[in-house]
Design a protein around this ligand. Structure first.
Ligand SMILES: O=C(O)CCC(=O)C(=O)O
Ligand SMILES: [Fe+2]
Length: 335
């Protein structure tokens, strides 16, 4: 009896969290539809964060009215706690990576304070040509955006990975599509697709983005052991990563045209590497808002065969593909 009450309470809590989460998603979407830009949302959220600091400082010097401080502080803390609960719940549902495109409120309220030394003197991406494991050791765990030129050029995946190759795997491996719904994750960005099956049901003219067809860009995680095993026959962990680095049990594909990923940060536990297998892609990186005063954004273009190394938990990022090209990447986490 007590157990069933407990279960009911848990279910009730989960439902409330879901409702609240949906409200934040709707609020965020409405603001974006209303014409508020990501930059403006950023400013709002940054002010919110700063307000907490100001309140804490003013509490120390007792300059603010006690009531105003208490009300604002309780409000801010409450919202932060709620957002944290929502995020934890969403993360439990979606697995280790929780990428929430266009959910600025949630990102900002839950992102830890940044140590701005991660971006202070960063003016460009650090480019390596033919880097060895030894040479990379000193950089391996820094938050410095890095680019290993041509480091994946020898991978068979450079030739074998195509839209149709991936489609065939998912159509032939039992439970592959279900794994996306159950444990993995799909990011459909600005498309109308609801599932990976939708992505692989596109007419050929859209796959090739023939004239008059709508552009598309999607990403998903491969966590099905058989799918992963088949794919991993075509690439390896970048050769320059430290021998003792920890690697994830799932890899990600991003594929499509034009506007790639919208500006976001990722809720993941490690650093990210991404190999550009096809197409040219431009990454735009923006420092966390707390560091706006000392850091600036950077952007760089990657070519097929390049490997990007990025702390996607700290750097806001979006991507754009060169006109007329299809981009295809494989990425994973290390740390
Ligand atoms: O490749 C892209 O377009 C985006 C990738 C991304 O957001 C990530 O790996 O965190
Ligand atoms: Fe990302």
């Amino acid at each position: 009896m007590a157990e069933s009450n407990n279960n009911d309470m848990c279910k009730g809590k989960q439902k409330n969290v879901q409702i609240l989460y949906k409200k934040f998603v709707i609020l965020n979407r409405d603001l974006l539809n209303f014409g508020v830009s990501i930059e403006e949302l950023k400013e709002i959220c940054f002010k919110g964060r700063k307000a907490v600091c100001t309140i804490q400082e003013s509490k120390k010097s007792a300059r603010h009215s006690g009531l105003t401080v208490a009300v604002t502080l309780v409000g801010t803390v409450l919202v932060s706690i709620l957002l944290k609960v929502i995020l934890d719940s969403v993360m439990n549902t979606l697995g280790t990576r929780c990428l929430l495109p266009n959910n600025y409120f949630i990102w900002e309220a839950t992102r830890p304070e940044t140590d701005c030394s991660m971006c202070k003197d960063v003016k460009t991406v650090l480019v390596f040509g033919n880097i060895s494991r030894d040479e990379f050791r000193n950089y391996a765990y820094s938050s410095r955006p890095m680019l290993a030129k041509g480091a994946a050029l020898h991978w068979p995946a450079m030739q074998t990975f195509t839209y149709h190759f991936l489609k065939e795997i998912y159509q032939n491996v039992a439970g592959a599509y279900e794994s996306i719904e159950e444990e993995c994750q799909i990011l459909t960005f600005k498309t109308e697709f609801k599932s990976l099956e939708d992505v692989f049901a596109m007419p050929e003219s859209r796959v090739l983005l023939k004239e008059g067809e709508k552009p598309w860009y999607v990403g998903w995680s491969n966590c099905h052991p058989e799918v992963l095993a088949i794919m991993r026959e075509h690439y390896s962990i970048p050769h320059f990563l430290p021998e003792d680095a920890e690697h994830a049990h799932m890899d990600y594909i991003f594929i499509g045209y034009q506007q790639g990923a919208v500006m976001h940060i990722d809720y993941i536990s490690r650093l990210m590497w991404q190999a550009q297998l096809r197409g040219h892609k431009t990454w735009k990186l923006v420092p966390p808002p707390d560091c706006d005063h000392i850091c600036s954004g950077i952007s760089f273009r990657v070519e097929p065969g390049d490997i990007v190394l990025l702390d996607t938990r700290q750097w806001y990022h979006d991507t754009h593909i060169d006109a007329g090209e299809m981009s295809l990447t494989i990425s994973s986490e290390y740390g």
